[in-house]
Design a protein around this ligand. Sequence first.
Ligand code: SAM
Length: 302
Amino acid sequence: MTEFADRWSRWLLHDRCGGNAAALQRTLEFLEPIRDRVLAAADIVPGATVLDVGCGDGLLGFAALPLVGDTGRVVFADVSDELLDRCRQIAQELGVSDRCRFVHSTAERLDGIDDASVDVVMTRSVLIYVEDKAGAFAEFHRVMRPGGRISLFEPINRRSTELNRDTLFGYDAAPVSELAAKVWAVFEAAAPADGPMMGFDETDLLRQAEEAGLSKVVVTLELSSVDRPPFAGVQWPQLLAISPNPHAPTFGEALDQALTPEESTRVETHLRPLVEQGRGGRFRAADAYVTAVKSADQPNRV
Ligand SMILES: C[S@@+](CC[C@H](N)C(=O)[O-])C[C@H]1O[C@@H](n2cnc3c(N)ncnc32)[C@H](O)[C@@H]1O
């Protein structure tokens, strides 16, 4: 298997789809409307400087480039050098490097990004991994120009976990519910209730944005249900190689940790036909979209 330099690149470039190219393609199609909604809410104008915090492999940042035009800039920031390198390489291939900057920094300390230097801060699925979310909002405020805007998307896993507990890996688990509960416990141990992934909801995002000094804060919580699991269209062995987030084991590892071989076989006997025939899938999402502005007459907080 390919070696990756850190957990973030390993997950984004491999584990989120088990290294399966078709599954990755479907994931990117699933993310397109989310990306477009974050960008639309960001109100990006030609000439703007846009900061993509936790840019990953550039889902938001590269889509922002046509919006900022020839005179604008996109700053790609991430904690993963490998993902920044990936973005550099994509920018080179697209011939847009002159309009891109790549910065190694955390959301909580946007080192290398000057005060009041960007028009738009955007993120997707980054704050969920950040312990000090209030610190990240304070940094967003610091680097924004007066009149600047944030547009964020974060999954609210505390809610979606509860909404999906009757499923396993996105499929109806009623006939094996007691075994499914043991597997869920493995994922919960990897994401404790008071940790960064589970210990917040949309109201925390609202308060943290306010407390950072942002105004006109709008948080939209969207609950949705689709009769298709998040990892549709894969065969059972491929599904077992998928991990739902960078801190979690793969589905196969979770089965091994939670169940005896006999119990694992019972789960496979029930789930495998559903997975491979595309039946019995359902996923309920709980997502928050956040926008806010930095008032034009507002100084930076110290
Ligand atoms: C789920 S990925 C999302 C990537 C990208 N925003 C997208 O929409 O595809 C999370 C990203 O956050 C980055 N990340 C994790 N912790 C971070 C932190 N404390 N500060 C900034 N970025 C972080 C990871 O390296 C990874 O690129």
